[in-house]
Write a protein that binds this ligand. Structure first.
Ligand code: 4AD
Ligand code: MG
Length: 507
């Protein structure tokens, strides 16, 4: 039997069809039950009316609780008012397996509770939409590189040396020897590029990040292209082309999912502008308020943010008061009270976020104003920069001491390296880090020593510079950072099915 799915309903209007799935929501009254069915491919309304049933089992619909599994056979009716745009008028239905006291309900839950229940939370509509977008992004990235004849080469996960500095290495024991979980596939990607010209790796990478931030996971997926005969400018052209192509693909393929997420698609279309290329020195000037962008000064923007957020707190408090009055009155119906309870919980949670911003913004302001040339950009500095430009930007040419040993020294100024970070707009910050690679053996050895690394660990890597070395470049795109921005999430932990952070190893 060929299975049918909710996504196929548009080809089956007016026909009888059988679907199998789960109860995502249910309302019932005498002789009729309205069920939102989900089957993994989408959502639709199923109406089980006692009078329309060809079987005599309406009573069984009582057991169709939240997340119970069931099958239904019925008529497909187009109805744009319904979720997904279709309704099934049931002729027969059967419970497959019951679900009693499903813990993740439609009311507001705390994030810790949701993370404890991640194995179930994944079924929720918003989480479903995020994972669909993630899938579409992965597909679009492969499509972009495969169309351009890049060869996918996989890099190892057990490694014998640090790829990206030693501060956040996960160490493990490997048959009596020390080994590390890969922080990057890059060094192996460079070897593969000398074999295939243009390659990309796409796999899990690991960083023992202890800090609790909205941008860091300890396990994340990275896509890393590496290209022989590319300089920094060609590298930046490729990054820009890839981000533009991938985002436009996803806008086209994931309209329904982005709508579920309430994503403003117009903001994503900012990728169709040329991405400004900002020298590190210029980025510092902008941060310190010494240079305006499109007539906006970074420091003034932050000061203004404070008043906007203060006004928002007042507005939310008023809303909570009004809704509490409804919850406590003697006239409103139970449904109306419940609706208001959910809204109050949402407002309280928003106030927490806004108050956190209000505590942070004065620090951001201070950090921007007093930014010391030569330092790395912090998360808040990236947020400030990207809010000034309404589109992705690329910050290039960084002070050598804050970047990895393999970045190529700038011929014009020996204190800078040809590195580049691509920062996503709307405050999201770095989603890509890349560079032209150092080809001088002497400079590589100097930087390896300066970072306290053991040159023996890199002997194979250094050989790439001895046998037909060529100029080459590459970059790494953090998949979850990309998903977080595209879906406009508050926190990176929702961008991966089972997030790993310093606070979480389970489920
Ligand atoms: O900037 P990073 O450290 O660069 C590299 O690893 C290079 N070897 C890449 C290359 O040139 N081939 O990391 C690249 C990207 C970051 O821009 C960010 O998107 C992501 O990886 N990333 C993280 N994502 C989630 N959690 C973390 N802890 C991350 N650390 C880096
Ligand atoms: Mg980086």
């Amino acid at each position: 039997m060929e299975l049918k799915y909710i996504k196929d309903l548009k080809e089956n209007i007016g026909k009888e069809i059988t679907l199998q799935g789960w109860v995502a929501n249910k309302r019932d009254s005498k002789g009729i039950a309205f069920i939102t069915m989900r089957d993994g491919s989408g959502f639709c309304q199923v109406v089980i009316a006692e009078d329309d049933l060809k079987t005599n089992n309406f009573e069984d619909s009582k057991n169709l609780n939240l997340e119970a599994s069931f099958s239904v056979t019925g008529l497909v009716i187009e109805d744009e008012k319904q979720i997904g745009g279709f309704e099934i008028k049931a002729h027969t239905f059967a419970l497959i397996s019951e679900s009693v006291d499903y813990p993740v309900t439609n009311k507001e839950h705390g994030v810790d509770f949701l993370l404890e229940n991640r194995h179930l939370w994944l079924r929720s509509r918003k989480q479903w939409a995020i994972m669909k977008v993630r899938n579409a992004l992965i597909f679009a990235i492969h499509n972009f590189f495969q169309t351009k004849d890049f060869t996918l080469t996989d890099s190892p996960i057990f490694t014998g040396s640090a790829g990206e500095g030693t501060s956040d290495l996960f160490e493990t024991e490997y048959f009596g020897e020390k080994a590390y979980l890969a922080q990057t596939g890059q060094l192996y990607g460079e070897a593969a590029a000398m074999a295939h010209g243009r390659i990309y790796t796409f796999g899990p990478t690991f960083r023992a990040e202890k800090s609790k931030t909205r941008r860091h996971l300890t396990e994340f997926w990275m896509m890393e292209p590496e290209m022989a005969f590319y300089d920094l400018d060609m590298n930046m052209d490729l990054m820009e082309d890839m981000i533009r192509t991938v985002i436009n693909d996803v806008i086209e393929r994931c309209g329904a999912e982005l709508e579920i997420l309430g994503r403003d698609v117009e903001a994503l279309k900012s990728v169709n502008q040329k991405f400004p290329r900002v020298h590190y020195d210029e980025a510092v000037q902008i941060l310190r308020g010494e240079k305006d962008i499109n007539g906006v000064n970074a420091l003034e923007m932050l000061a203004n943010d404070i008043s906007v957020k203060e006004a928002r707190v007042l507005e939310l408090n008023t809303e909570i008061e009004e809704r509490n009055a409804i919850i406590n009155d003697n006239v409103s119906k139970k449904g109306v009270k419940n609706f208001n309870r959910t809204k109050v919980a949402a407002a309280i949670s928003e106030i927490k976020d806004v108050e956190e911003d209000l505590r942070n913004i004065p620090n951001w302001l201070e950090s921007a104003k007093t930014f010391v040339h030569g330092n790395d950009l912090g998360g808040s500095d990236e947020t400030v920069l990207t809010r000034l430009f309404g589109c992705p930007i690329m910050v290039y040419n960084w002070p050598k001491d804050i970047k990895a040993f393999y970045m190529k020294r700038d011929e014009k100024d020996n204190n800078y390296v040809k590195g580049v970070d691509l920062l996503a707009p709307e405050g999201y910050g770095e989603i890509i880090g890349g560079s032209e690679r150092e080809t001088s053996l002497e400079k590589l050895l100097e930087r390896i020593a300066a970072e306290g690394l053991d040159k023996e660990d890199y002997s194979w890597y250094l050989e790439l510079r001895k046998f037909g070395s060529v100029p080459h470049s590459g970059f790494g795109l953090g998949l979850e950072r990309l998903v977080t921005w595209v879906c406009k999430l508050q926190h990176i932990r929702e961008a991966i099915p089972f997030p790993r952070t310093s606070q979480r190893l389970r489920p």
